[in-house]
Design a protein around this ligand. Structure first.
Ligand SMILES: *Cc1c(COP(=O)(O)O)cnc(C)c1O
Length: 426
């Protein structure tokens, strides 16, 4: 173990290749250090991070306050299980429920677990509160969704790789076209068994698909009309990423304490993960009000690590950092600049078709077939030029730097992207 840092990138990639399951296809770069918006590989080369671990590192790499709190708590108490109380969880639960404006939270660890938790709560609510016949409840999901990797979640995936040969699948889901409110209305028609709608406010994995301005509000309204729960999966979009505290907040940087209540869509369940811990520790959560959350009683759900003192302490500081450093506002401002720069680039090249996104969750679409390796090749070249990003869905490149980036750094990054893409064409 001790000599691992003396191995070269080639040797380290070989180790992963030989001894690890091949469930990812990483860009060929081996990282050993991170700080703020930067990461360094084992040979000491410095990169701008333009992925932020899929938006888990919104607060920047190794944020000293977050890492400091983790170290501090880890030396006092790490895990009690929920068989006993611990002296951090209650404080965290009060903090996060006030931060996002819900009565209660159910703490878990990973995003997929939180989505599973929301589905379970929704079903129990459907049978016990809505009065749907047991085992008949249906949840509406959207085409091209990404909600994680468990057996139930992949049962309603549109991604062949994620789904094929993992059956038999879990029943009880109806898939509807994203951003098509008429399709959703039709799905509700004549159906009394629909208990919930699970949606990403922006579909990140699908390629940063931003719905129409009114879509989420209409989804929430249809849920209300039909006595179904609106579950917002903000695991990737939440916590400042899109230039508002939550993507469902729309164009509002009120940090969740909105005076213009009409612009704020309130889901019945809010699902958080990723940046909830600033990327230092797996922490996820489901937030809901009492009428929904109270269907959960002792023995009906749980997790050994969920709500542990380290995760709870880390999450409070991670949310502090978002507010104290005004990262939501920064994401909004830099997002505008980024998309302007990309539109400017599009005018100079045919290689990029369009840019879309919100705040610092953006993507460019490469003018080539989704089966081509062009987007991948561009990402390899970006890496050579000191910027790390990853294609999603073939010809789309997602750009999502840590929200602690400065305007000057962003311009430097845009210069790298522009230079790389213009050189690529030749
Ligand atoms: C990443 C992600 C998940 C899954 O989170 P994990 O921690 O990887 O299980 C679920 N939903 C969305 C929208 C995500 O981006």
């Amino acid at each position: 173990m001790a000599e691992i840092n003396t191995l070269s990138s080639e040797q380290l990639m070989h180790l992963e290749d030989q001894h690890g399951a091949h469930n990812y296809h990483p860009l060929p770069v081996v990282l050993s250090k991170g700080e703020g918006v930067y990461m360094w590989d084992v040979e000491g080369k410095k990169y701008f991070d333009f992925l932020s671990a899929y938006s888990a590192v919104n607060q920047g790499h190794c944020h000293p306050k977050i890492v400091g709190e983790m170290a501090n708590q880890a030396q006092k108490l790490t895990l009690t299980s929920r068989a006993f109380y611990n002296d951090v969880l209650g404080e965290y639960e009060k903090y996060i429920t006030e931060y996002f404006g819900f009565d209660k939270v159910l703490p878990m660890n990973t995003g997929a677990e939180a989505v599973e938790t929301a589905i379970k709560i929704c079903r129990k609510w459907g049978y016990e509160k809505k009065g749907v016949e047991e085992n008949k409840g249906q949840i509406i999901v959207f085409d091209q969704n990404f909600h994680g990797r468990t057996t139930t979640i992949i049962s309603f995936s549109s991604d062949v790789d994620a789904k094929k040969n993992f059956g038999p699948y879990t029943h009880g889901f109806i898939k509807v076209t994203y951003n098509d409110i008429d399709a959703l209305r039709e799905a509700f028609e004549g159906q009394s068994n629909i208990i919930g709608v699970l949606a990403e406010p922006i579909q990140g994995e699908a390629g940063v698909m931003v719905p129409n301005e009114s879509f989420l509000k209409e989804v929430a309204a249809l849920c209300k009309q039909n006595d179904a729960l609106f579950m917002a999966d903000e695991i990737q979009t939440g916590i400042g990423r899109t230039g508002s505290l939550l993507a469902i907040c729309g164009n509002c940087s009120c940090e969740g304490h909105c005076e213009k209540q009409e612009s704020y869509v309130t889901p019945d369940m809010l699902i958080l993960g990723k940046a909830l811990s600033g990327g230092v520790y797996p922490v996820s959560a489901v937030l809901a009000n009492n009428d929904v959350m109270n269907v959960i009683t002792p023995g009906t759900h749980g997790s050994t690590f969920g709500g542990n003192p380290v995760g709870s302490a880390v999450a409070m500081v991670a949310l502090d950092v978002i507010r104290d450093e005004k990262l939501t506002q920064n994401a909004r401002k830099l997002g505008e600049i980024f998309r302007d720069r990309m539109r400017n680039l599009i005018n100079k090249t045919d290689l990029v078709q369009l840019v879309r996104g919100k705040g610092l969750l953006n993507a460019i679409v490469i003018n080539d077939s989704p089966n081509s390796s062009t987007a991948w090749d561009i990402c390899v070249q970006l890496k050579e030029n000191g910027l790390l990003a990853k294609p999603t869905h073939g010809n789309i490149i997602r750009f999502a730097p840590p929200l602690v980036m400065t305007e000057e750094q962003l311009h430097e990054c845009c210069d790298i992207i522009e230079k790389t893409i213009l050189a690529f064409e030749k």
